[in-house]
Design a protein around this ligand. Structure first.
Ligand code: NAD
Length: 293
């Protein structure tokens, strides 16, 4: 039976360290980090994510600002909000909550985002620097960074291991693959066109699942003793739950837990780490802006 990696607990430790760093910053230079969030439209999941991020900021003493724009807003309206935050000295991190409505070009928007404030790590230069050896990105995308942090803090070695990342999105799968390579794993990227993905995962010491497909990874996809990080957060209907649905991962937990040596649950695994990494990136951005160590 696998050890359960408690993301909630690890995230709490990280958040309390961030809170004390924020207090130290305020004491020494009279400033606190600031995060600005732009959210477009009424998607319920986006509203919830943003609310959770704002609450998390408050808890550690990070100042936050939210700009809400309507579903049918123009690209110029977003770019205007973004440019305002780019030059606002009280804002050190800017986050555009994804996904955006289809008529908006995420590429153009992340091009305009100030590199120094790109706490989600989506700016092409940050991704490019993540990919290149000998270069350092200013920020690493929060969810993949949270996955690696879970492995490291659970004492799981990455160097020399075979890792498989399922999914290659710009915000999770691709940077997760790049980050594992930085930690000297041998990485395979499985995606929707991959034939026999179960053969590839069966070879892996570490599996990061980020496909957005409920229960995709079955127990027999895994090598005995593999470490499994489940990024998937898929809502499924469940009338017995408070909101009529609950979240499940991309990994069939009940099967995987019998085969793996360690596994992250959903919820309570990667999710809380994503928020902790956002706070950590925002703190780093503010420290850099004020030259505070
Ligand atoms: P996405 O839809 O942008 O990308 C999905 C990727 O999975 C694609 O690269 C696709 O090729 C691949 N894929 C899809 N179906 C597949 C299949 N059957 N077999 C193999 N590969 C397949 O999704 P995303 O934004 O990367 O998010 C992935 C999942 O992670 C979602 O469930 C999302 O809700 C979740 N997520 C969780 C957090 C968190 O903090 N816990 C953060 C971001 C995303």
């Amino acid at each position: 039976i696998a050890a359960v990696i408690n993301g909630q607990l690890i995230a709490e430790e990280i958040r309390s360290r961030i809170a004390s760093e924020v207090r130290r910053m305020e004491e020494f230079i009279g400033k606190v980090p600031g995060l600005a969030v732009i959210v477009v439209g009424q998607r319920r999941d986006s509203q919830t994510y943003v609310r959770n991020k704002i609450i998390a900021c408050e808890e550690v003493g990070i100042m936050s600002k939210v700009t809400k724009l309507p579903d049918d807003c123009t690209e110029d309206e977003i770019l205007t909000a973004l440019s305002g935050f780019n030059v606002d000295p009280s804002v050190h991190g800017i986050l555009v909550q994804l996904p955006l409505p289809r008529h908006l070009d995420v590429g153009r928007i992340s091009d305009v985002l100030s590199l120094e404030k790109d706490v989600d790590g989506f700016h092409p230069l940050n991704i490019g620097n993540l990919a290149m050896r000998g270069r350092e990105p200013l920020f690493i995308p929060c969810t993949p960074k949270g996955c690696i942090e879970l492995l490291i803090r659970s004492g799981i070695e990455i160097m020399g291991k075979k890792a498989v990342v399922i999914g290659r999105s710009n915000i999770v799968g691709l940077p997760a693959s790049l980050l594992l390579q930085r930690h000297h794993a041998t990485v395979s990227a499985v995606h929707v066109f991959t034939k026999n993905p179960e053969h590839i995962t069966h070879d892996a010491d570490i599996v990061i699942a980020a496909a957005g497909v409920p229960n995709l990874v079955r127990g027999n996809w895994l090598k005995p003793g593999a470490v499994v990080v489940d990024v998937g957060t898929n809502p499924i209907e469940d009338p017995s739950c408070e909101h009529g649905y609950r979240l499940i991962g991309d990994v069939c937990y009940d099967e995987a837990v019998r085969v793996a040596s360690a596994i992250t649950p959903v919820p309570g695994g990667v999710g809380p780490m994503t928020i902790a990494m956002l706070l950590s990136n925002t703190l780093d951005a503010a420290k850099r802006a004020y030259n505070f160590t």
